[in-house]
Design a protein. Sequence first.
Lengths: 279, 268
Amino acid sequence: MFDDFFNVVKLRFNGNQDETVPSFKCPRCQSTVPLERYEELHRVCPNCNYHGRLSAPDRIAMTADKDSFIEFDADMISCDPIDFPDYPRKQQELRDSTGLKDAVITGTANIRGIKTVLGVMDSRYMMASMGSVVGEKITRAFEYATEHNLPVIMFTASGGARMQEGIVSLMQMAKTSGAVKLHSDSGGLYITVLTDPTTGGVTASFASLGDIIIAEPKILIGFAGRRVIESTMKQRLPEDFQLAEFMQDKGFVDMIVERKKLRSTLANLLSMHGYGKEM
Amino acid sequence: MDNNKTAWERLAIVHTKGRPTIKDYIPLIFTDFYEMHGDRYFGDDHAIIGGIARLNDTPVTVIAQVKGRNINENKDCNFAMPLPEGYRKALRLAKQAEKFHRPVICFIDTPGAYAGMPAEERGQGEAIAKNIAEFMTLRTPIISIVLGEGGSGGALALGVCDELAMLENAQYSVVSPRGFASILWKDSSREQEACNIMQVTAEDMVRLGVAETIIEEPLGGAHNDLDKISENIKEYLSLKISEKCQKGLDELLKERYTKFRKIGEFIE
């Protein structure tokens, strides 16, 4: 439904058939917006408030203070723990096409001057599934935060565990959740920002463990996929099923925050938990 | 031990009618089992049973996924696919065990957590995540054993432990082979192929650092000699529980964290 991440169409001006302006066609309301305008709004549709998916670098740029982000483990790449056919080649292709090394970027950043550990998942890389690299980077990020008394903000997006790493990917759920627990026990604040889509093994681990769980509007949040559920239940599911508003209504999301208000909300929440004051 | 079987052949043994379930094992391994019901919030899930019992003379908490032995039992236990309230019951009982310094023994036997509307509405993801995080720092020894199938996060929710044992033919996997084929190849009929490449056997688990021990099954599978397999499980548990109970809790928790911390393969 919302798969058309790069759904960019060419808009022709009346009268001049050759001149074109790149534009974005909203998958929800079908309206067409100049691409430049859509990008200015950080990929939010001005007509229906559809929140499109953001790359991790774009998310970091709009969240962190300028030039404040310092990346952890920038060169970490995955191996092939269960010798899965074609997995190394597929990874190389994705590294080449996205410029990412795997599906998460972690580091420290300042948000309105308040230092935090920040992690952002990127759905362009194998649907941001969690394998060894995602698990290790997130675990290290929490361990760093625990050691340095820093808060953690995680922007989650994921199709779930990375099937191509078999049981090793399942164990990343335990590894990351363990690190979250130790950070929590040390008194650290952890804010999760659920973005489209947060599902499977990531929902069933660190994404659901935030002290505060924020979601962007109308994004997909769930454990099992819609297709799987429909085939088990043999019935159509309601349209709003597993959307952020549905999950908030069921008690699993603290607040739904529009993208344009996220940075100020995060800065405020950090400050209200005592971060950013001179130690 | 029979090392010449493929993963798929082992899965057939696990699916053999008459394979013992936790209900067969409890009276042969433990005495004085008192079942405790409910999560105290919503209800009592029959896909997970739990309670207190004695292992030899030691009081322990038992938490187990329940497979049915016939269609009626399977309807009652939802084919061993727990709902969130099942996981929350498990956590409640684990916390009770921690309070009274009882070791926890978890038996894993599930194709996966239930995937359906009621599970989503009641927070399947949150329930599993909470168990994983809380079990990691539970201040009492935890031993888990995979009896048959250990599928996905639904298994891991009872799988954060100090030591994991696999019955010889049991499997542990990121998702059931059927689900794997359906997700990766959009073709669930390629289940057999998936099963054989996923690396799901007991030997695979030991090699990948997920499990520590393989418990030998009678020739042909656990169903061929219930007394013998129960004895093997009991012997393993008796040894491990006394070993873990002698450890200081801080050391135990550190080792538990490290057990999972070191799993993963990457280059930097």
